[in-house]
Design a protein around this ligand. Structure first.
Ligand SMILES: NC(=O)c1ccc[n+]([C@@H]2O[C@H](COP(=O)([O-])OP(=O)(O)OC[C@H]3O[C@@H](n4cnc5c(N)ncnc54)[C@H](OP(=O)(O)O)[C@@H]3O)[C@@H](O)[C@H]2O)c1
Length: 430
């Protein structure tokens, strides 16, 4: 039986997950492909390290990226990071090798260069595992919804952030304790910056926008707000108003431009997205023909992510057999991707949650509502709790749809008033 030989760059969580699935599902894979898939070489930093899966004595471990590429059919990049991974992939293309990667950071930063290099060398570049782990969102956009205009896409795409917010919601924990819990359980890295500051979510959004629209929405243009500013108090107020707080990635078309961002947002508790708990991920898509669909599943972990990597490998294995005539890596014929027309963030409209912290004095509410009216921010609901005369009581206001620049101008005015004890906290509402 024919063998598809893999050069595996990285043998950590995802690499060992892939190895486990190749072993456990070998029969099914052979039945589908009529050939075997075998890891024949592995690139790591430390070959002496004990691994989560034993690949057997005939698999060569190397620390030299160039050596990995020789004699294999497909290079699988599961190292993470930018420079070494980028060079490995470019070298693989130059040697006519197809590549599968799970590296969203690399794709967000250098994806256009990689698409171009793959097309020049007529090889495949696949990356299902880079966005939302085991959820098949890349192929859904590229293949299943190929003919739909994507009106809107919303996603919970970071399991660590979702776990932290879920723990804060269900157990009333503060952010720091929920983060420490996530780290103890292995859901959060020792340095969780990318997860909690929204950067990891933004990398995935950047990749998915290209798949949905065939245009590039540069990472630097995506407004990003993480979850470090979400407090138990905000979660409690959100609950009282009928919402759950989620870290959302969103993109939608507004008058021919794209508006995208990553923000903590209040999601009505009746929505499926509000019920995505723990470290799960979900993506809600709205196509102009298909309507609304939602994909839900594990966004990380060795087996779910390995499953997505394997699907890409099998897809490419079929292409190897067909002689691989110009694989369409982007889903848009590998044509250069123009920069999307980006709606300036200040022109985006949303409903908002505002939490002012003010001295409890007569007339404060009236002054704030006047400032809101002056800036065209229309109030839907308001609540003020606190002792009469106490310093720093929260005043929470939910607005109707408001342009971001009007909301910001109003906040600047109110924050400058002498009764403001702390800067206003603002979250979008779905
Ligand atoms: N973990 C997940 O659930 C998940 C989900 C979706 C996507 N991803 C993406 O998948 C990729 C891999 O993640 P992971 O969690 O599997 O990472 P990991 O557990 O840290 O494993 C990384 C592997 O790459 C090797 N490596 C790293 N830098 C290298 C270098 N410069 N030269 C040679 N080898 C190098 C490491 O070698 P040593 O073992 O010798 O140190 C290790 O085997 C990342 O791009 C990540 O963003 C991960």
């Amino acid at each position: 039986m024919d063998v598809i030989k893999l050069g595996l760059g990285g043998f950590g969580t995802v690499g060992s997950g892939l190895a486990k699935i190749l072993d456990a599902n070998a029969g099914r894979i052979e039945k589908r492909l009529g050939k075997r898939i075998k890891i024949t070489k592995v690139l790591v930093r430390d070959p002496s390290k004990k691994r989560a899966f034993d690949l057997g004595p005939d698999v060569a471990f190397t620390t030299d990226p160039k050596e990995l590429i020789e004699g294999v059919d497909i290079v699988v990049e599961l190292m993470g990071g930018l420079d070494t991974a980028r060079q490995l992939i470019l070298d693989a293309f130059a040697h006519g090798k197809h590549v599968v990667t799970a590296n969203k950071h690399l794709l967000a930063e250098h994806g256009l260069e990689l698409f171009e290099a793959a097309a020049e060398n007529n090889v495949g570049l696949m990356f299902e595992a880079s966005c939302a782990g085991g959820i098949p969102i890349v192929q859904t956009l590229k293949e299943s919804l190929a003919g739909d205009e994507i009106v809107k896409m919303l996603g919970i795409m970071n399991g660590t952030a979702n776990y932290i917010l879920s723990e804060m919601t269900t157990k009333g924990m503060d952010f720091a304790s929920a983060l420490a819990d996530a780290q103890d359980l292995g859901y959060a890295e020792a340095d969780p910056t990318f997860d909690i500051e929204g950067l990891d979510t933004a990398h995935k959004l950047c990749v998915l926008i290209r798949m949905a629209y065939g245009m590039d929405y540069p990472l630097a243009d995506i407004p990003i707000q993480g979850i470090t500013g979400v407090t138990p108090m905000d979660i409690e107020y959100a609950r009282e108003f009928g919402y759950r707080v989620k870290l959302l990635a969103h993109v939608q078309e507004v008058d021919g431009a794209l508006e995208a961002g990553v923000h903590p947002a209040l999601v009505p508790y009746t929505y499926l997205l509000a019920r995505v708990g723990g470290n799960y991920n979900a993506v809600r898509l709205e196509g102009n023909a298909v309507g609304s669909i939602m994909l839900h599943g594990q966004g990380a972990g060795d087996l779910p992510t390995g499953s997505a990597v394997l699907a890409d490998i099998m897809n490419l294995a079929r292409k190897v057999e067909d002689g691989c005539v110009r694989p369409d890596n982007t889903g848009f014929g590998n044509r250069p991707m123009a920069k999307a027309r980006v709606l300036p963030p200040e022109e985006a409209e949303s409903k908002y949650y505002f939490r002012f912290t003010v001295s409890d004095r007569t007339g404060v509410m009236a002054t704030i509502t006047k400032s809101m009216a002056d800036h065209g921010v229309s109030i839907a609901q308001a609540v003020q709790k606190g002792e009469a005369g106490a310093e720093g009581v929260p005043l929470v206001i939910i607005s109707h749809e408001t342009p971001a620049k009007a909301a910001e101008a109003m906040i600047a005015e109110v924050d400058a008033m002498d009764f403001s004890v702390e800067p206003c906290v603002k979250f979008r509402i779905l």
